[in-house]
Design a protein around this ligand. Sequence first.
Ligand code: SAH
Ligand code: SF4
Length: 365
Amino acid sequence: MTQAWDTPAPELPAQRPNAAGLDRAGLRGLVEALGEPAYRAAQLYEGLYLHRYSDWAQFTALPKALRARLAEAADLRWPAIRDSLTSGDGATKHVFDLADGRQVEGVFMPYANRTTLCLSSQVGCAMGCTFCATGQMGIVRNLTAGEIVGQAVAMLEHHRVPKETRVNIVFMGMGEPLHNFEHLMEAFDLLSDPGGLAISPRRITVSTSGLVPGIQRLAERKRRPRLALSLNGTTDAYRSRIMPVNRVWNLEALASALRAFPLEKGERITLEYVLLKGVTDSLEDGRRLADFARQFPSKVNLIPFNPHEGSGFEAPDEARISALCERLASARLTVSVRRSRGQDVAGACGQLVREGRRAPVRRSP
Ligand code: SAH
Ligand code: SF4
């Protein structure tokens, strides 16, 4: 049977050219079309990704007449922040307006000496995980590389994050990043380019529900982000119930792809594990999770379920969360419990869905 993720997701309909999100080659094309020398492209690149400009008028290193011609030829449009909601713990959920009127969400999380940005990779998601609000929307379309990078640029500018602050990026917002592989990699190259945004590849993490061909493609890349897998189930029977992708690539197919994934020295694969009361939180699950995690260098991140309207799931109580955590730690695994930031503004992972646009919620199986 063909699955929603077997076919490429729709793309942004054709728009007026937009400089925001172009790479060096794209910017060269833009300036060459205006009969300008190549070094102008380098100036544009710096302006966009080093200085994070969002308006042609800010390119004061360029002659005014050239700025006017650029503005004629192309837009300079990052995703625009439409709404921002800050929660008690300091995380801010931003809703971005895209060029076609769609919206995605990103989360800004400030810490003492670093900042973490949670980015979306698609509008909606094709994977249909039953516990996830985004999954209930279905897939609308892929984000472009500019729309992915633009969420980061817009949040860094909005919060006036100094250029020297350490920035972490996690692709844990809306969408399955590996279902939008090409644009994700273009965005990764822009985010991690030392001549631009300069975010270390080691600080960029892509979280996947387990698209094995995507994991294998990532493994072939020389420069790549770090990998996180949303495991969320320890038997095929249970995992297939909550994550339809498991019916195609089951736990053994996943483990085999992860064992073959070439890791740098000290690098580990993160295993995210959403705790659903009575579904994925037994002590037996803890034992099987440990067995899975031991097959390659890994660390485990337990995520108590973030409730959302009509999901039909609940988070386990604290005693069970601690018991599982201890069981994994005593099996000598590195384990942490993610106290999701932004929960009170519906911005925690898995809750990223536009209010009022929610598709009818499916019952859990
Ligand atoms: N599609 C990718 C990345 C986005 S989801 C993936 O699935 O990995 C990011 C994380 O949020 C995943 O680990 C997912 O399992 C988790 N998640 C989804 N819905 C959740 C919810 N309601 N509560 C807690 N975690 C959730
Ligand atoms: Fe998509 Fe990830 Fe949600 Fe599954 S958990 S539906 S893959 S966003």
